[in-house]
Design a protein around this ligand. Structure first.
Ligand SMILES: [Mn+2]
Length: 359
């Protein structure tokens, strides 16, 4: 197991008065073991205890996991009550930290078996550690975003008059694979013109015509880590109002990035971008939070929103993605991934944000 990561999680558990936890989220298991196991409806559970000799991972034998996970494996088959097996290892006199992704049917069975003195949602102990990427993860995150920059350069070459959104988005997988990515971090979002104003629009049969905006929000997975970037272009020409909207979003995005450093509150980062858009008269058209944390999952615990009063720490990686959406007309969003450094911020994307006309 990745012992430095585990040490941090154990420390958080102890701060919460917990000495043991069941981790089930496959992404958190990957974080600690380096192996992604997707158990479907079967139980996957990594039991950790401050007394390290008791750590075990419970895996259904249908999943062939040959590699050394750095923790003793306990195999079970479909005829075994997996929760009962797990209950043989827990400390019944102490409370048990539970992963928010643990299925109720397994947890209820553990409770029936009185496997602990209490049950506490301890996901935050894992999720807050996962927020601050270590050196190995930072390299993976940089590499995933580098591929995303290259893929954006490639996909815009395919833009031409009459092409549909689907025809563009359906080409992304091949582009990512050609650059060495494993797959999507989420389904590509491609919107032309008024389509781009629709939230989480995935693209359809809309054909491209002159004057349309071209919103492309895409991300890939490389070595288990995600990228996510949005750029908005215009096809052949741009109206004065669309240019104005673009420049407001760009200014808001840059102002938010410029203020990022350790100690800054996430709500203040959101507020900085939102104030610029509001003062320009488009506040109601910026309909979502400014950003989200990202890593092994495209959307991880933590966000950049007016509600998040916690403070930036070195190694945290999240998106900064303001947008203005004018219904029936245009949608503009500009998104980069950024990392908090010891003294400021590193932007993981380098694709240009200058207003660009495609032709
Ligand atoms: Mn995003």
């Amino acid at each position: 197991m990745k012992t430095q990561r585990l040490d941090k999680i154990i420390n958080r558990l102890l701060e919460k008065g917990l000495e043991q936890m069941v981790i089930c989220d496959p992404c958190s298991v990957f974080y600690l073991t380096g192996t992604m196991i997707k158990p479907g409806e079967r139980m996957l559970a990594l039991y950790i205890n401050k007394d390290r000799t008791r750590d075990r991972i419970f895996i259904n034998e249908l999943f062939t996991v040959n590699e050394d996970l750095g923790v003793e494996k306990v195999w079970f088959d479909d005829n075994t009550d997996a929760a009962e097996l797990l209950s043989e290892y827990t400390d019944k006199s102490k409370p048990l930290g539970i992963d928010k992704k643990f299925e109720a049917r397994f947890l209820l069975r553990l409770m029936e078996l009185n496997c602990a003195s209490g049950y506490v949602n301890a996901s935050e102990c894992v999720d807050t550690v996962r927020q601050q990427k270590d050196a190995e993860e930072v390299e993976f995150m940089r590499a995933a975003s580098k591929i995303n920059d290259l893929a954006m350069s490639e996909i815009i070459k395919r833009i031409s008059s009459g092409v549909t959104e689907e025809e563009i988005s359906s080409q992304m997988m091949d582009i990512y694979k050609s650059f060495g990515a494993e797959g999507y971090s989420f389904e590509p979002l491609v919107g032309f013109g008024e389509s781009a104003a629709i939230g989480h629009y995935e693209g359809g049969a809309r054909k491209l015509k002159e004057g349309d905006c071209v919103l492309i929000d895409v991300g890939c997975v490389k070595d288990g880590y995600c990228s996510d970037m949005t750029r908005t272009f215009f096809y052949k020409s741009v109206t004065d109002e669309h240019r104005k909207v673009y420049e407001i979003v760009k200014k808001a995005q840059q102002a938010a990035i410029n203020m990022i450093k350790p100690g800054v509150r996430f709500c203040d980062i959101d507020r900085t971008a939102r104030d610029i858009i509001t003062q320009a008269g488009y506040g109601e058209k910026f309909t979502h939070r400014l950003g989200h944390f990202i890593g092994i999952e495209c959307h991880e615990f933590g966000d950049v929103s007016v509600k998040n009063e916690s403070r930036a720490k070195p190694g945290m990686i999240f998106s900064i993605e303001p947008g203005i959406y004018l219904e029936g007309d245009v949608g503009v969003r500009i998104e980069d991934l950024v990392m908090v450094t010891e003294s400021g911020v590193e932007v993981l994307n380098s694709f240009t944000k200058e207003l660009t006309l495609l032709d």
